[in-house]
Design a binder for this molecule. Structure first.
Ligand SMILES: Nc1ncnc2c1ncn2[C@@H]1O[C@H](COP(=O)(O)OP(=O)(O)OP(=O)(O)O)[C@@H](O)[C@H]1O
Length: 715
């Protein structure tokens, strides 16, 4: 029996594995065994999205798993995992390869090389032990030989350390680039998606899982997740396992020793097999049942309500504390109750497996040593190598099983990422988009028979809406609460789509314009305008990012909106950070002054009317630009006093005329103040999702209908 034979075998193994890895798997597009059409709106019906959707439904009638929940380990999920791998691994690897071709190659090679280190270590140390044994037992061993072995051992250690350092440095570079690229792609895709696409809860869940995948690229198993790079660890484990198996087989070369080899492997793996069987028999399935999911969800929701500053004011005022605590306690008890049942169930099963055979198996591993002992070449080094290899096989196999289990879940997250990258925004024109042609006189809008239903609702909020806004005209939309005014404005601003009917903008179907192009032709103040967790300058400047730092444009926008005095009175003027009470927002200039809402050091609060002036200034940032042809204001002055309101509408008129006698922009404004609505050329009265009256103020009064009644009630 020779100790030298494993060396050649290890070298062959190393080269062989590297070669087999270099042959990339082909990209297959068909996905058998999966519902043919689930959501063709978003993605290819046979694509990854469908596979991902199927993976979340454990049974045909089952409730979808929560984002991030573990998929069951069953034949159906396994086949879906295989399909996901076939569809996206090649693309992902190509992406990584394109970032750092040579470093990626080096990464694979170094992982494989690191896998054979432990076997080498055992082999080299066994040689040294043999030499020391013969030195002690006989006096004729040469010191030169021992010195050579010690030298080799030290060089091996130095080489291992060097390769480890190179591999770690290389890994961090490749990891860093991969993480950046994937995060960038995810962010880019997310920013492209419009509200109708994100209104689908399934799409939101898809992006949550995709986000988990991106976060998993923080390094080895970060956030308890398994990234693509961690698949490399599986390679390392396999190469380590094979190298130890080779060492063992070379030690037990002859026929009786082959029995010893098999015996060693079985006794090594027995404790693992028992542990795995116990885990499998456990009723603590990795798949979360929907009842538990709901309880966890409620528990987290209540915890958030209790902790978030955004709700603090109303929480205190309405005395919500006991209600939150009760809701949390009920959900928490449900979760703990389930956990306890789980533990009891687990414990009862554990009894069945309570006979711990591990130590017995450990003892049995010594039996083959007796056979080896009978061999003429038996030595202390040989026994040590045998023991090291057996222990390493146990350890590496346990690691491999754990890695494979994590990788299995990682596959579905990877599927979510790749599927998310295929999602296209609903509002994007299906064919080639038509470039917007400016009329120079304002936008002409022809709305014909428009109907719209919110996602998830059954009854339409807009029904057969027809309206014409001539170029340069000012139209006021008035009506009862919930009659659909804001919804109509958002459809006209191409934030929402519509179910049926048509909108012609300057004679062209609005669906033929790319949303980005169309949005650059409009400006708006939304009823639910955003309050950014940032400075006054940024809160106004986001209206036209290109001139966010242009003092002249900012000054003009503030002056027209009557916000100049407010901003000048702030401690740092435009540079003052604004306090966003009641809204959770993220600072986009990277500072940590404010976490969520609530008064915070260094921030300045504003009144409702002052915030409204800031929002109007934001809209005015771009309103005067020649390419902007439509101004939409959804209750822009609801919190303003009468003087401020008059000033705003004078400014709107001034901007619409752009210094000439004729209007160059069309204006739509929604208001509940009918004294303001009178200023418009025409008034559209809305009721129950449709326009019931349309005309000038005088025409509508003389008609003595709904508008006249509302007007009389308001004065
Ligand atoms: N995201 C949504 N999902 C489902 N329904 C919605 C959504 N937003 C609004 N609605 C419903 O659509 C209807 C019209 O709402 P909209 O905000 O357009 O009314 P409005 O005329 O602007 O009301 P107000 O005068 O009170 O501002 C309402 O009944 C509202 O409940």
């Amino acid at each position: 029996m020779s100790l030298r034979s494993p060396l050649a075998a290890l070298r062959n193994l190393c080269l062989g594995t590297a070669h087999s890895f270099s042959t990339a798997c082909p990209r297959v597009r068909h996905a058998p065994g999966v519902p043919q059409k689930l959501h063709s709106t978003y993605a290819h019906p046979e694509g990854l999205y469908v596979l991902w959707v199927a993976s979340r439904k454990p049974g045909p009638a089952g409730e979808a798993l929560l984002p991030g929940a573990h998929r069951p380990f069953c034949a159906r999920s396994l086949s879906l995992a295989c399909e996901i791998i076939r569809l996206c691994v090649a693309d992902l690897l190509l992406t990584l390869w394109s970032l750092h071709p040579w470093r990626s190659f080096l990464l694979v090679i170094l992982e494989l090389v690191r896998g054979v280190f432990p076997a080498f270590r055992g082999y080299s140390q066994a040689l040294l032990i043999n030499e020391l044994q013969s030195l002690i037992s006989s006096s004729n061993t040469s010191w030169t030989c021992i010195t050579r072995h010690v030298g080799v051992e030290l060089s091996r250690l130095a080489l291992e350390a060097l390769i480890d350092a190179i591999a770690t440095e290389n890994e961090s570079i490749v990891y860093g680039s991969a993480k950046f690229t994937l995060e960038y792609r995810q962010m880019e895709k997310r920013l492209k998606l419009d509200l109708p696409t994100l209104a689908d809860p399934e799409i939101r869940d898809l992006f949550r899982e995709s986000d988990l995948f991106v976060r998993s690229f923080g390094g080895m198993s970060s956030f308890g997740l398994f990234s693509t790079f961690d698949f490399m660890r599986i390679l390392t484990s396999i190469s380590e396992l094979l190298s130890h198996a080779l060492v063992l087989s070379s030690l037990t070369f002859s026929r009786p020793h082959l029995t010893a080899f098999c015996f060693s492997v079985v006794t090594s793996l027995l404790p693992l097999i028992l542990r795995t069987a116990r885990a499998h028999g456990s009723c603590l399935d990795e798949t979360m049942d929907p009842q538990e999911s709901r309880a966890i969800h409620k528990q987290e929701k209540m915890r958030y309500l209790a902790q978030s500053e955004s709700y603090r004011q109303e929480l205190i005022f309405f005395g919500l504390g006991p209600w939150i605590l009760q809701g949390w306690a009920k959900a928490r008890r449900a979760v703990l109750g389930l956990e306890r049942r789980q533990t009891e169930c687990d414990a009862s099963l554990r009894c069945l497996f309570s006979v711990d055979l591990s130590s017995f198996a450990l003892f049995m591993q010594n039996v083959p040593l007796m056979l080896l002992y009978r061999s003429p070449s038996a030595s202390l080094g040989l026994f040590t190598l045998y023991q090291t290899s057996v222990q390493a096989i146990i350890f590496t196999t346990a690691n491999l099983i754990q890695s494979v289990r994590m990788a299995y879940q990682g596959i579905f997250l990877m599927g979510a990422f790749c599927a998310a990258m295929e999602i296209e925004p609903v509002l994007q024109p299906k064919g080639r988009d038509v470039p917007f042609e400016s009329s120079g006189k304002g936008m002409r809008l022809d709305i014909k028979n428009l109907t719209y239903t919110y996602p998830g609702c059954e009854t339409p909020v807009l029904r057969h809406v027809s309206l014409t806004v001539e170029a340069g005209e000012t139209v006021a939309i008035v009506g009862f609460n919930g009659s659909g005014k804001s919804t109509l404005a958002k459809i006209l601003l191409r934030i929402y789509d519509f179910d049926s009917g048509q909108i012609l903008v300057n004679g062209v179907d609005i669906r033929h314009y790319s949303p980005e192009d169309y949005h650059s032709r409009c400006t708006a103040v939304f009823q639910d305008f955003a309050k950014y967790n940032s400075t006054a300058q940024q809160n106004i400047g986001v209206g036209y990012i290109d001139e966010m730092r242009c003092t002249q444009t900012l000054e003009m926008a503030m002056r027209l909106a009557g916000a100049r005095e407010t901003v000048c009175s702030l401690p740092l003027g435009l540079k003052t950070k604004l306090d966003i009470v009641g809204q959770d927002g993220g600072a986009f200039d990277g500072d940590q002054l404010v976490q969520g809402g609530g008064p915070a050091y260094g921030c300045h609060g504003l009144s409702g009317g002052e915030w409204q002036r800031i929002a109007i200034s934001r809209a005015f940032m771009r309103a005067s630009r020649p390419e902007v042809e439509l101004l939409v204001f959804d209750e822009p002055t609801s919190s303003l006093d009468a003087h401020a309101q008059k000033r705003i509408f004078d400014s709107i008129e001034k901007i619409a005329c752009s210094g000439s006698s004729e209007r160059k922009k069309s204006v739509l404004f929604i208001t509940h103040r009918l004294s303001t609505a009178r200023r418009a050329d025409k008034i559209a009265m809305m009721e129950n999702g449709t326009i019931c009256e349309f005309g000038t103020h005088q025409e509508l009064l003389s008609r003595d209908g709904k508008y006249a009644a509302l007007y009389r009630a308001s004065i």
